[in-house]
Design a protein around this ligand. Structure first.
Ligand SMILES: NC(=O)c1ccc[n+]([C@@H]2O[C@H](COP(=O)([O-])OP(=O)(O)OC[C@H]3O[C@@H](n4cnc5c(N)ncnc54)[C@H](OP(=O)(O)O)[C@@H]3O)[C@@H](O)[C@H]2O)c1
Length: 340
């Protein structure tokens, strides 16, 4: 494979995984959440840059507040010669649009903003209808927040199925689900999700959840795959650990002469995940895409990384809690029971 920072990669080199329904998704996508740090225009410029490097998969969401700008970039990318069918564009319905009819409204808005006729994948961003204002602090509490209510979630899912039947979305997926919630969805849905987007990085491996998804033919897509070093303040706590300074990761990075971030991505892809790292810098975009093409971690290195799981969830979601006396663990059904 001949590729340089100037030329980028031959698109044919970027591997794709086949989902349960036969759809083919590139193993590395570009995340587009600017983490309240990078402006919509900066993220949008990075989308054009990423496409010139060989990216064809972009992970978007209405709540990222930049779909209009990302849409202009996608238009540019297609004017530059990339065909729509080569692209894989994901978007997500935000928590404030779960109600009757709103998922359809939200999807149509994302399509308009992104300048597309259809989405390759549409996700329910969180299983809760609870939301927070942009830039809020970590202890924000929404007095209207509710626990997970299965009937309400299925009303949301029914609208996802309508969008699929109307051809506006080609694949359905979930995000931030747990095993008990996914079991309920699988029992009640007509059209199954083919993807679950979930936090995965070496210090937060979620092996049971990954195994459950794979056993049910639901492809895990790992978000914050580098350990989200630029995440917003509200998502930081003193207990958080850092993947890219872990001695095991550093040792492998030194052997391969790559940034520790690249080791995190290689580990995930070698494990069979899709990764959606965020980057706006050309060098980072380039090495992140390359990480999806090089299965160079040895069996011993893969085993060593399995051993550094610190069960350290970074995106805890505490701003979605429905009672003030709760802790973020209540969102994640740790004992197998959905908290009410
Ligand atoms: N479904 C969900 O609920 C959900 C939640 C969170 C995220 N996501 C998605 O997942 C995407 C990625 O997650 P994330 O942004 O939280 O975290 P991430 O991808 O783990 O980390 C991104 C940061 O890592 C650094 N980085 C990237 N590539 C690098 C490289 N090659 N070498 C060194 N540093 C590198 C950059 O920091 P600097 O910019 O400081 O250099 C970048 O801002 C998001 O953009 C979004 O699309 C989804």
């Amino acid at each position: 494979m001949k590729a340089t920072l100037e030329s980028g990669y031959d698109v044919g080199c970027v591997p794709r995984l086949t989902l349960a329904n036969g759809a083919q998704i590139p193993v590395v996508g570009m995340g587009t959440f600017g983490s309240d740090k990078y402006s919509p225009d900066t993220v949008a410029s990075a989308v054009v840059e990423a496409a010139t490097l060989g990216y064809r998969h972009f992970d978007c969401a209405s709540v990222y507040g930049n779909e209009v700008q990302v849409g202009s970039s996608l238009k540019q990318v297609m004017l530059n010669g990339v065909k729509r069918e080569e692209l894989w564009i994901t978007s997500k319905v935000w928590n404030d649009m779960h109600g009757a009819g709103n998922v359809i409204v939200s999807c149509k808005k994302s399509l308009k903003d992104l300048g597309l006729d259809y989405l390759d994948l549409y996700l329910v961003h969180w299983p809760f209808p609870n939301f927070h204002p942009k830039g809020c602090s970590g202890d924000y509490h929404n007095p209207d927040a509710k626990p997970y209510l299965h009937d309400a979630y299925m009303k949301t899912w029914a609208q996802m199925e309508v969008l699929f039947k109307e051809g506006l979305i080609r694949n359905l997926g979930t995000s931030n689900m747990t095993i008990p919630k996914m079991k309920l969805l699988l029992r009640a849905c007509t059209i199954k999700p083919v993807v679950n987007e979930m936090e995965i990085h070496p210090h937060f491996q979620q092996p049971e959840l990954v195994d459950f998804m794979v056993a049910n033919k639901i492809q895990p897509v790992g978000f914050s795959p580098i350990g989200s070093p630029s995440r917003p303040e509200r998502d930081r706590t003193p207990e958080d650990t850092c993947d890219t300074t872990d001695p095991v990761i550093l040792k492998i990075a030194s052997r391969l002469s790559v940034h520790p971030a690249v080791v995190c991505l290689m580990w995930a892809v070698q494990r069979g995940e899709i990764v959606i790292p965020f980057a706006v810098k050309r060098e980072q975009l380039f090495s992140n895409l390359k990480a999806g093409m090089r299965a160079e971690l040895t069996t011993d290195e893969m085993k060593a990384i399995s051993g550094i799981d610190k069960k350290c969830r970074l995106i805890k979601g505490q701003v979605f809690l429905w009672r003030k006396d709760q802790t973020w663990e209540d969102l994640w059904d740790l004992d197998g029971v959905i908290k009410q």
